[in-house]
Design a protein around this ligand. Sequence first.
Ligand code: SF4
Ligand code: SF4
Length: 194
Amino acid sequence: MSRGPDSPHDRRVLADRVLERTGVDVARCYQCGKCSAGCPLAADMDFPPSQIMHLLQLADFPEFAELALRSHTIWLCLTCELCFCRCPMELDIPKLMDALRYESRAQKKVNPKARDIIAFHRAFLDSVRYTGRLFEMGQVVDYKLRSGHFLQDMLQAPWMFFAGKLHLLPERVRDRRLLKRMFAKTLKAKESRP
Ligand code: SF4
Ligand code: SF4
């Protein structure tokens, strides 16, 4: 049986769980700030990456780790890896952000501002799951249904359609069984995560 992060069996601090899952040891961060200085989205984040590291370092104060889990930052991160390239300690911050997103969802602590981002990710994954490719029209419809932003960017649609960027029918990969196996394997790996 998989043990959820909030189960009574799992009282480790968040930094330890992240270390186990990703190999990223936040204790090695010495707060030089180079990651935040290079992050293209730092200005839009509630906590830039170096501050997320700091929140996790304060293991005696779980309320700080809680702030990281509830932050908008972890959902804004693009996994562009600029911070990772700049970090003198070679800390894989994008991998850490991924682990925090997982924890945030598992503990139902997702920042309300991340709703549209998650809707977009789901629509993208559904498109890949059912066609093996990105089917833009399907993704747009799926995203609008999930997010409720029915009129957003509607004026872009006609010229995209006439420019051949939007197709009415999806193009599917030939080996759908392989695709199914790939998703099943990924889901199984997710369930067996520590
Ligand atoms: S990977 Fe995320 S945190 Fe790092 S620089 Fe890119 S957007 Fe910023
Ligand atoms: S660049 Fe690396 S060491 Fe410097 S603050 Fe960011 S994570 Fe910490």
